[in-house]
Design a protein around this ligand. Sequence first.
Ligand code: HEM
Length: 458
Amino acid sequence: RVVSELPGPWGRLPMLGDVLALNPRKPVQSMAKLSESIGPIYELRFGPKRMVIINGAELADTVQSDSQWEKAFGPPIRRLRMLGSSGLIVASTNDPQWGAAHRVLMPGFTRESMRLYHPVMTDVVSELIRRWGRCSDPIDVAGDMNTVTLEIMARAGFGYSFANLDEPSAGTNMPVVNLMLDVLRYASRPVSIELLDATIGRAARRRNQLNVAELQRLAEDMIDECRPDVAGAPDLLQRMMETSDPETRQPLARSVVRDQVLTFLIAGHETSAGTLTFALHLLSHRPDVVKRVRQEIDTITGGDPTTLAYEQVAKLRYLRRVVDETLRLWPVAGGFFRRPKQDTELGGYTVRRGEWVYVNLIGVHRDKHIWGSDADQFDPERFVRDPSQERQPGAYKPFGIGLRSCIGRQFALHEIVLTLAHILYAFDLEPDLKYRLAVDELVTLKPAGLRMRLRSRS
Ligand code: HEM
């Protein structure tokens, strides 16, 4: 029985549709909540536009095939086009610029390239550890994690440094971090506010244009300062400046390089920072898990994580399970959009060609049929018991699916495991017992207002 009428939330308004069904500041979390009362598949309508929301592993499995489905560009990804329309994340798969940039950049994420980024990641994290070691006040976890991952992306990817993180001024208020957060805040604004852009929203729009222009200038500076690679080990920017597309034999246009620099600066730091922040929050309440992580670090490094070598990071298997479990519970990307290439059937309903289907990862990753009745609990043991992330294809997809899944997956996992290893070995985490987790959505998910006191272990 295939029907086109999908269930939807209660209280649909004429013309406006389901705007009242979602908390406009927390759309991903409200969509997951709605599925508890409506079921794993339902529709939301905004004016004439229909969006299908899926929250279950089996449904997520159905939309995986790249021959029948493709990436769709819902808000806020669509709004990120303001940063440059040929950026890898926002460009259409048919856009020749996407294909060219993808082919040029892919070798920048092989094992060999990752080996080059490792010492840079170690340097940046060591600087942070030194600064934290001198600090007795509670730290702003999200702010500092943003600083670390942005600095790693800039140094490893573009041979550029915003700050030495050992300096007192390199804290949470680094202007470039705030500039990016402002742009992300603007890209995440609710549709109802977007409608006011032409009137009372004019000042905010103007400020955003200035922010975007400043970020574009920054990317241009990075390109100007890029020096040729003489060691035969190019970073991402040198690769883009010096390599031609292996298919067309053409170099990338400067504007395309600039769009990728901005894409990587934003996509390559915000998600990793969010994951690290969630992990530190969860671990601050689980000294038993931290203890096991430290035992593993002792076994692998002989008690000195500062010597952690590239090959040893992959051997920190238990810590990796902690990261897997963090991304299951809090998939920082929130979800992603797909659309069918032809009219099709999804969960017993008809979905028309080109219609948006949003895979809500909070719903998928907490599907009790797959993850059990304790799916809402943080328990790295579930990945220890069954390391396969494919209990059912589609059940665990924090990095997206298919051709357009995350190009930076290995980079992110290496940097997150390495950073946590250094932090957890150097400090005891003291949670603020009054803090209740509240999750902000600024394109990606992130704990709001998390502060934590650290005690040096040495
Ligand atoms: C795409 C998640 C870290 C660069 C994606 C997508 C997801 C994702 C879900 C697909 C988006 C969609 O379908 O619309 C994550 C998570 C990360 C992470 C959870 C960290 C925990 C990174 C890092 C980089 C990066 C560190 C860069 C070094 C990109 C790029 C794309 C992408 C360029 C677009 C790929 C394309 O379509 O060609 N990411 N990401 N990401 N990610 Fe990541």
